[in-house]
Design a protein around this ligand. Structure first.
Ligand code: PLP
Length: 216
């Protein structure tokens, strides 16, 4: 399964985040040995444990909702934070990145699903963050794009519409706030059940767990 998906994504030039949450190290290592280097986790403690025991050339992505008081544990090594959805969180990330003498790459998470249980910004909130004075002083973060999760439904029309909204947010942000920043280029959308549609709608990063590792 891994090599098939990997081949398909390579052809489309889409980055694969292998979502390894709840999965044991030996399963992660097996995929590592097949060439996978990017893994995604959504719990800080689990991520830190895996970081400490698995090969150091793994790029770890944090894909869940990150609490501010836990940023410090992953700040030394995290490659990409997918779920940034507040200025307060960004401030903390900037501070911890500075302490570690590095820049941390972040994606702004947008609320695109119908369910109101899912985290994320709307357009006005994102705009408020990016236009704030404090944001302009943050030298240790790099916003590289956007992330979103579609509604969990069989209704393909709805899911497609939600992906299109995220892509539109991305285009608008790039034009208005990041025209001179080539690294603002990522649209993280698509999971096991909807990644092909996400790619058709312009995804650059897919986050796939179940399809690669089996049910959790
Ligand atoms: C668990 C998770 C995924 C992977 O979901 P699958 O359906 O198992 O592919 C993707 N994104 C986020 C944010 C997740 O929490």
């Amino acid at each position: 399964m891994y090599s098939q998906i990997r081949q398909q994504l390579d052809q489309e030039d889409v980055t694969l985040v292998a979502v390894s949450k709840t999965k044991p190290n030996h399963q992660i290592l097996k995929m590592y040995e097949q060439g996978q280097r990017i893994f995604g986790e959504n719990k800080v403690q689990e991520l830190v444990d895996k970081y400490e025991t698995l090969p150091k050339d793994i790029e770890w992505h944090f894909i869940g909702h990150l609490q501010r008081n836990k940023v410090k544990y992953i700040a030394p090594f995290i490659s990409l934070l997918h779920g940034v959805d507040s200025l307060r969180l960004l401030k903390e990330v900037n501070k911890r990145a500075q302490q570690n003498d590095r820049k941390i790459a972040c994606l702004l998470q947008f609320h695109i699903a119908e369910e109101d249980t899912k985290f994320g910004l709307d357009w006005e909130e994102a705009k408020a963050i990016l236009e704030s004075e404090i944001f302009k002083t943050m030298e240790h973060i790099e916003i590289q794009g956007v992330m979103g999760m579609a509604t969990y439904t069989d209704d393909e029309t709805q899911v497609r519409k939600e992906f299109q909204r995220l892509k539109t947010f991305f285009n608008q942000l790039r034009e208005q706030y990041f025209p001179a920043q080539p690294s603002f280029k990522e649209v993280s959308m698509g999971m096991s059940g909807d990644y092909e549609m996400a790619i058709a709608e312009g995804s650059t990063i897919v986050r796939i767990g179940t399809l690669l590792f089996g049910q959790r």
